[in-house]
Design a protein around this ligand. Structure first.
Ligand code: NDP
Length: 493
């Protein structure tokens, strides 16, 4: 495929129009540091204009009268444009965030699946009738929460936008979507495709604004006109979002935050499957994954063997141009992020034992990209590399004695997004499943994620759930309706 390398200039998408901002921001290709696009550096005023459009569309536009079936059809049409343009969108995703093209293609398929799922779900959102002890009919209505601000990180740009957009539109909300400053391209391309292909989507329902987190994201969080914020990002930013929500209109909020997920191997696990699952669990998407298995817990008698096998398999994690189909690991998203990850590797060299990786690759082809070798440490659970989210291809391998010890180490973290346990003993696996404090637990695998099943974290990994039926709940209000069937007076006074 021809590479889309010319610098493109984008505008914000507001009220079905392209609206420029006074200032622009350069968007870079992390493979070579070259500028690939210019996007608006939105001011608070720019974002407020988008919020006002979403507010009008929610309060008085034709969207209010759309039936659930019509909203579902809009989402099916969105799935269709993603499928039809998957190759182009995948290439932009790879150029913009550096992930291998095969993974971007995977993401586009998941993005379309997500729109299809919520397209089908739109007609299944309904209330209930409740048997109250009176001569009355009592029921609930499910209604959209209102104007929703959707704030997205850079690791799965379009897919994570779809995780929010699908349920928000199915519920009947209008939205302002803010992609991460580093990776806005596929979201803007998606808006372009929507504008060209879905003519019956009313103005103001879908708005996209780009820009800096505290300014553009902050304007959404602090707005008195926004009813809900759905945020995915780091735990510290999540705290800022909660402060902004508390200081403004107490809008509803859901948070998908960071993790330090344990990938736990008992000594009866199959060695080849274990080594493969350990590497896949942490190095997919350059380790820039919220659910990365970045703590590999291994029972003592398997520890040396498993770490040794992982080291042997490292050459299979091929670093390269992410547009090449053979590449298994691309560059990190930005120079700043590369420096942060390298900083953690330096900390790891002092507090733990380096087993593999740890350097920038020396090849000429990769020298301008933000590459780092996938890196394995032997560590304990006290080390900073075992406690803090690195969000890159760096893993701490930690030995444990028995089941009790494994559980204690696994749960000894402020996070609770995901965990995996590997063993042929189903009793042991199920005991672990029950006691692990995490929102997602895999058994004998790590990382599969399905739109049909909920995603989200315990503890400081967030509030609420995305995907599945749970995902749409985050965009709905519940109204109780009580209908008195007795014609007599209340008779209290
Ligand atoms: P950040 O928290 O830095 O940013 C996330 C989004 O929030 C970006 O759009 C960012 O804008 C915006 N933002 C930043 N500051 C504010 C603010 N004060 N108010 C409102 N919005 C703000 O995360 P990253 O983009 O660095 O993403 C990595 C993090 O995301 C990791 O911690 C990872 O674990 C988490 N994540 C969690 C997932 C989950 O499902 N639990 C899934 C994927 C990632 P800008 O880009 O301009 O800074």
């Amino acid at each position: 495929m021809k590479s889309q390398t010319q610098t493109k200039t984008y505008s914000n998408y507001v009220n079905n129009e392209w609206v420029s901002s006074k200032r622009t921001r350069e968007v870079l290709n992390p493979f070579n540091g070259e500028t690939i696009a210019l996007v608006p550096e939105s001011s608070k005023k720019d974002v407020d204009t988008a919020i006002a459009a979403a507010r009008r569309a929610f309060d008085s536009g034709p969207w209010r009268d759309f039936t659930a079936q019509q909203r579902g059809r809009i989402l099916f049409a969105m799935a269709d444009i993603v499928r039809k343009n998957a190759a182009m969108l995948a290439e932009f995703e790879t150029l913009n965030c550096g992930k291998p093209i095969v993974e971007s293609e995977f993401d586009m398929n998941d993005t379309a699946n997500c729109f299809e799922y919520y397209g089908g779900l739109a007609t299944k959102i309904h209330g209930e009738t409740l048997p109250v002890p009176d001569n009355a009919l009592n029921m609930t209505l499910r209604e959209p929460v209102g104007v929703a601000g959707l704030i997205v990180p850079w690791n799965y740009p379009l897919m994570l936008a779809a995780w929010k957009l699908g349920p928000a539109l199915a519920a009947g909300c209008t939205v302002i979507l803010k992609p991460a400053e580093q990776t806005p391209i596929t979201t803007l391309e998606f808006a372009r495709l929507v504008r060209e292909s879905i003519s019956d989507l009313p103005a103001g329902v879908l708005n996209v604004v780009t820009g800096d987190g505290p300014i553009a994201g902050g304007a959404i969080v602090e707005s008195m006109e926004v009813d809900k914020v759905a945020f995915t990002g780091g735990t510290e930013t999540g705290r800022e979002v909660l402060k902004g929500v508390a200081a403004s209109n107490l809008k509803k909020v859901s948070l998908e935050l960071g993790g330090k997920s344990p990938n736990i191997f008992f000594s009866d696990a199959d060695l080849d499957a274990a080594a493969d699952g350990a590497l896949f669990g942490v190095f997919i998407n350059q380790g820039e994954v919220c659910s990365a298995g970045s703590r590999i817990l291994v029972q003592q008698d398997l520890f040396k063997k498993l770490v040794g096998r992982m080291k042997e398999m490292m050459p299979r994690v091929v670093l390269g141009n992410p547009l090449n189909r053979e590449t298994k690991m691309g560059p990190l998203v930005s120079k700043e992020h590369l420096e942060k990850v390298e900083g953690y590797i330096e900390i790891g060299r002092k507090e733990a034992k380096l087993v593999a990786g740890g350097r920038r690759p020396s090849s000429k082809e990769l020298k301008n990209g933000y590459f780092i070798e996938p890196t394995i440490f032997e560590s304990d659970n006290k080390a900073r590399i075992a406690r803090e989210e690195i969000f890159g291809p760096v893993v701490a391998c930690i030995p444990f004695k028995d089941e009790t010890d494994a559980l204690q180490i696994a749960n000894d973290t402020p996070y609770g997004l995901a965990a995996a346990v590997w063993s042929r003993d189903i009793f042991k696996c199920l005991r672990m499943v029950k006691s692990l404090r995490a929102g997602i637990v895999w058994v004998n695998t790590m990382q599969p994620c399905y739109v049909e099943s909920p995603w989200g974290g315990y503890k400081q990994s967030g509030h609420g759930r995305e995907l599945s039926l749970h995902g749409v709940e985050e965009f709905l209000e519940t109204k109780q309706v009580h209908i008195n069937l007795s014609e007599r007076p209340i008779g209290w006074y």
